[in-house]
Write a protein that binds this ligand. Structure first.
Ligand SMILES: *[C@@H]1O[C@H](CO)[C@@H](O)[C@H](O)[C@H]1NC(C)=O
Ligand SMILES: *[C@@H]1O[C@H](CO)[C@@H](O)[C@H](O)[C@H]1NC(C)=O
Ligand SMILES: *[C@@H]1O[C@H](CO)[C@@H](O)[C@H](O)[C@H]1NC(C)=O
Ligand SMILES: *[C@@H]1O[C@H](CO)[C@@H](O)[C@H](O)[C@H]1NC(C)=O
Ligand SMILES: *[C@@H]1O[C@H](CO)[C@@H](O)[C@H](O)[C@H]1NC(C)=O
Ligand SMILES: *[C@@H]1O[C@H](CO)[C@@H](O)[C@H](O)[C@H]1NC(C)=O
Ligand SMILES: *[C@@H]1O[C@H](CO)[C@@H](O)[C@H](O)[C@H]1NC(C)=O
Ligand SMILES: *[C@@H]1O[C@H](CO)[C@@H](O)[C@H](O)[C@H]1NC(C)=O
Ligand SMILES: *[C@@H]1O[C@H](CO)[C@@H](O)[C@H](O)[C@H]1NC(C)=O
Ligand SMILES: *[C@@H]1O[C@H](CO)[C@@H](O)[C@H](O)[C@H]1NC(C)=O
Length: 400
């Protein structure tokens, strides 16, 4: 008797709880959220909508699904005190009134999107969100990413956060990293980062990736304020290297770099006097484009360049003799070679493919246009350089 009267209510509440805890919920009021407060594990998505203004997700410890808080104009605060993990996405997007967000137990989430938040400066992630694959922080007023502590990421995309002045992550590996700031105000420090696939730094104030050893695809620095790029542990770059328009850059050094799978573009770094930071580089899979006012740009171990070469310096101290030598030694396998110094210029169409380009001026013009249209996006332009050089190869010039 006793047993039966105890079991029945338990059974009923289990069935009831199971139902409400296993289907997605759109909550527009606190009472909607209170209806799931007994669900320690919630299976499904929780979606907040107007006119909720202060939301508390009490009781829920784990969401097997997503928590989506998008364009809820009325929402000023959100708290999920017990929530420890979210199997899919936590998104806080377009929240014009949100000034307080608290996820003090959260440690694990697959995707974290913090996008277009213009009233909040900090989010409470007291437990430390460490298990995370994708992190996007875009167009926010956040002043700090404290509490986001990833060690490995698939995607890291941070852009347009006016008040964010530094990011320091103990990140060890990342696939795609794309970071830009406004007004060159962001100090970036990833001192433990050893492996990355594709990295783009735009408009950063400083970048510490000193421990990087493996770059499987592209690395680019565009329009940053960094003063030096010294990567002492990188032996190979799988894709392209682009260093474009970094006005404070004075020193580049890649002392053990032997091969670059894609192209190399080093252009418009107005204070970079020497491109002699590649003492052992022997193989370049794409094109080489060096443009600036450098005094020297000698690659003493260069053995193969599969694309074309375009070297152009406005410095009085620069001359083309080393590059002309490389061209004569058939190191340059692409369809064109051009070297311009202040006093002399050499431009050579190398293979028969140049005739194909050269027979059609319209074709040449469009290749040039393509390259220029890409020039705001340094990483991409490297891939285009080959066709630009092909187009230039229409002319076989030699002036002194
Ligand atoms: C998610 O949180 C719940 C409750 O704290 C825990 O039992 C579970 O192990 C966690 N799962 C993951 C993948 O972290
Ligand atoms: C946000 O919601 C408002 C209505 O509340 C709607 O007019 C607007 O188009 C939505 N914006 C986006 C980007 O979804
Ligand atoms: C480069 O950075 C400066 C800030 O130092 C900014 O004003 C300018 O718009 C940026 N240029 C490009 C092409 O992004
Ligand atoms: C750099 O990476 C190595 C592993 O490659 C690691 O042992 C070392 O602690 C790292 N150094 C720093 C400063 O993080
Ligand atoms: C880079 O490539 C190596 C070898 O192909 C692979 O083991 C590693 O996982 C890759 N790293 C990244 C971050 O993709
Ligand atoms: C590298 O990242 C940039 C910017 O995120 C992107 O445009 C480009 O397609 C990526 N390249 C590769 C090879 O993944
Ligand atoms: C560039 O940095 C390297 C490595 O720190 C150093 O050996 C070299 O002297 C520096 N060159 C200049 C011109 O500062
Ligand atoms: C370098 O600067 C010149 C002049 O400002 C510009 O025309 C050219 O497109 C720039 N090149 C790159 C690769 O940004
Ligand atoms: C390259 O040029 C820089 C700046 O003028 C100079 O300090 C350096 O000694 C030169 N290096 C070589 C190898 O000629
Ligand atoms: C070209 O510059 C190198 C140093 O980079 C120098 O040794 C050589 O004499 C120069 N050649 C001419 C013709 O000026």
């Amino acid at each position: 008797m006793l047993l039966k009267s105890c079991l029945l209510p338990l059974l009923v509440s289990a069935v009831y709880a199971d139902d409400i805890c296993s289907k997605s919920l759109t909550a527009s009021s606190q009472s909607d959220l209170d209806s799931i407060s007994k669900c320690s594990t919630f299976k499904g998505d929780i979606i907040l909508s107007n006119p909720i203004d202060s939301a508390a997700i009490n009781g829920v410890q784990s969401i097997q699904g997503s928590l989506k808080i998008n364009n809820v104009t009325t929402l000023s605060s959100i708290a999920a005190p017990k929530l420890a993990n979210i199997s899919d996405t936590l998104s806080l997007e377009i929240l014009q009134s949100l000034s307080s967000a608290s996820f003090p137990s959260l440690t694990s989430v697959s995707t974290l999107n913090l996008i277009t938040l213009n009233k909040i400066d900090k989010i409470n992630f007291a437990a430390g969100v460490s298990d995370i694959d994708t992190l996007i922080v875009s167009d926010t007023t956040l002043t700090s990413l404290a509490g986001i502590v990833p060690t490995s990421l698939d995607l890291l995309n941070i852009n347009n956060n006016r008040y964010l002045s530094s990011i320091e992550f103990a990140l060890k590996s990342v696939n795609d990293l794309d970071i830009s700031s406004t007004a060159n105000s962001l100090d970036l420090s990833f001192p433990y980062l050893t492996a990355a696939k594709n990295m783009t730094f735009r408009d950063a104030k400083s970048v510490n990736i000193n421990n990087i050893t493996s770059i499987n695809s592209t690395i680019s620095f565009v329009n940053t304020s960094v003063t030096s790029i010294i990567l002492t542990k990188v032996k190979e770059i799988g894709g392209s290297l682009a260093l474009v328009s970094n006005p404070k850059l004075t020193n580049i050094s890649f002392p053990i770099l032997e091969s670059i799978g894609g192209g190399v573009q080093i252009a418009n770094n107005s204070n970079l006097d020497s491109l002699s930071g590649f003492p052992v580089l022997s193989s370049v899979g794409g094109a080489i484009q060096f443009v600036g006012n450098f005094d020297n740009a000698t690659l003493p171990k260069l053995d193969t360049v599969r694309g074309g070469v375009n070297v152009n310096s406005g410095s009085d101290h620069f001359n083309c003799s080393d590059w002309n030598q490389l061209q004569q030694n058939n190191v340059i396998r692409g369809d064109s070679y051009q070297c311009k110094a202040k006093s002399s210029s050499t431009s050579v169409a190398i293979t028969t493919t140049a005739t194909a380009h050269g027979s059609n001026t319209a074709n040449a013009a469009s290749a040039t246009a393509t390259s220029e249209s890409k020039s705001k996006n340094g990483a991409v332009q490297v891939a285009q350089s080959g066709s630009l050089l092909g187009a230039l190869a229409v002319f076989v010039l030699q002036f002194v």
